[in-house]
Write a protein that binds this ligand. Sequence first.
Ligand code: HDE
Length: 721
Amino acid sequence: MAAKKKAEKPAVEPTNEKRRKLEPYTDDAQGKKMTTNTGLFINDDQNSLKAGERGPSLLEDFILREKITHFDHERIPERVVHARGSGAHGVFKVYKPMAEYTKAQFLNDTEIETPVFVRFSTVAGSRGSTDLARDVRGFAVRFYTQEGNFDLVGNNMPVFFIQDAIKFPDLIHAVKPEPDNEIPQAASAHDTFWDYISLTPESAHMIMWVMSDRAIPRSYRMMEGFGVHTFRFVNAQGVASFVKFHWKPLLGVHSVAWDEAQNISGKDPDFHRRDLWDAIESGNFPEWELGVQIVPEEDEFKFDFDLLDATKIIPEELVPVQRIGKLTLNRNPDNFFAETEQIAFHLGHIVPGIDFTNDPLLQGRLFSYTDTQLLRLGGPNFQQLPINKPVVPVYNNQRDGFSRQNIDSGKTNYSPNSLGNNYPEQVRAEQGGYTTYPERVEGYKIRTRSKSFLDHFSQARLFFNSQSDPEKNHLVEALCFELGKVKTVAVRERMLGILSLIDKGLAAQVAVALGLHVPHPPEQPVNKNVPADGALENYEPVNREGDLKISPTLSMANTVKDSIQTRKVAILAADGVDEKALNTVKQLIEAEGGAVEIVSTHLGFITSLNDEQIHVDDTTLTTASVLFDAIYVPGGANSVATIEADADAVHFLNEAFKHCKPIAADASAMQVLEATYFFKKIPSDKGVIVNGQATDLANNFIEAIKQHRFWEREKARKIPA
Ligand code: HDE
């Protein structure tokens, strides 16, 4: 696919009702005169009012006071979790009517393009923290439907750490920086997190995901998304089914290496934010398909896990994912604060045809989201902020409060009323009024955990067993890293106990790195889920084998690898470069949708063999290999000699090799490769393309870039870059 031209912003607006509705609130100061907030033209914005040239400033200076007061109040509390994030506008279109399962209009009308706003985030770090932290990513989607806002507030992992919302504050306290010294930022590799996890066996499955490469995505555009909980679809006849939501990225699911992630955190902590922004600005609109797994109500108890348990997936091999529509992100926000920061998601923002289940994690979330916005956005009127307003009108008898925007006219603000003809009127179900699915519930009031929630290990094992060898190695190394940062030996030991209940080999490998022995025989993990008066047997984890041994869809090795679209390729070149080779490779990569940057030893231009002036995008000082997906070294004697002599350029290649990236070099540039460690140690590698003329070389290189990474290279462990 060819790289698309930069999108003209207005081109996407007419199709997007939400964008149109935001327009009246969007203002640009170009060509405008400066005023105070009351509209008074400002004559001098640079000097405060003083009593004499060198005299004190005067309290009378209303311009100074207004400007400073506003500034003093510019910050709002960051989100207590998911503080660091990036958002974008887009559209969603369903492929085929889903009437059999749901009456939700936006999932039935194939003509409607529903406007969306999506916010991706990390969970633990503060607003200014690095994008590349090992963490879960939030994947929150707001659909501005004709029946009101529907928010699918999901993550890039399909399960969660805990089964009951009442545990959430503890989990988050444990993962956030430690309370005495506020260290470490945006990292789970510390004592309090693993202390908590080692006492919380229900987190075993989620820990496998967070220690996998899913926690260090290459791009937001290359992540899956999941609604996590089981939701309910309800059709027009009132028939309900269970549903799990998925987002499948069309570019495939890809990650970086952990060493790379740590480097990126220093070189470009905005890596994911920049990547999303740049892709949209360049017209390479990120796309996902919405997937659903549907389970008929009568099959609720058919599985060896509980559908209400958010620490479990429904393996795709048991219930296939139907792809039912497409999400396209096609416009960056105009203002980060007004849009990305002020958007207030809530999984209680629902439309007819979609309903909740009794998942105790979901139930607690239904309370938390509005509650948190009341503090974060300063009162009950946050729904009237432009980014939060639905595209459909809003009428009710809620009134007043801080920063009320609406001017609600009329005498009545209560219901029933006769003075206002009893408006706004309620809406019958057949006319779109929301009705809750009449699920039958009865039981004792009781604080307990269902026994159907107690198998904490079989799906953790399923996940581990389903990984490719390199993925398993990464997971082991992640655990060695994280637990290696834990100072308390008893915590490490407890974690080894938990790991041994998932997989003995896994536990043994981690134990070696920690210089410990796996507790033997593996005891039941210390289980602090048990309430003071609870009986242990009601909480004791069950370690069953699990019906399914392998689920191939859980491995990123099986993701789509058919495109190099938006992959970034660095060309290492200097004066005297062979511009024919350079241009051939560059053009072929760009024709496939890849992006090329010329990296040299100085900025400005380099002069090729034939005196062509080539613009330099970056130097080995201003960029780094970790910010690219692949590297190419063209020939040309002088260029090759300069690159070979530049230690940073040689490091660039060694590091790219270490991170398993494809590398290509012209035959006449071999001298550069020979200066690297890797070429001396591993002269032949599938991902190092050194044969063929420019066109062949480029084509083989493109095929290699499609593979993303040559992880098997890591086995050699010979590259100290
Ligand atoms: Fe959240 N979560 N969460 N969460 N969550 C928030 O709401 C909460 C959970 C998720 O981009 C907060 O507006 C509780 C699961 C995303 O603005 C807060 C529990 C999943 C975002 C909150 C959970 C999520 C949030 C903080 C346990 C995946 C960012 C700011 C019951 C399905 C949304 C805010 C955005 C944000 C509470 C667990 C996803 C405090 C109590 C499970 C993507 O309300």
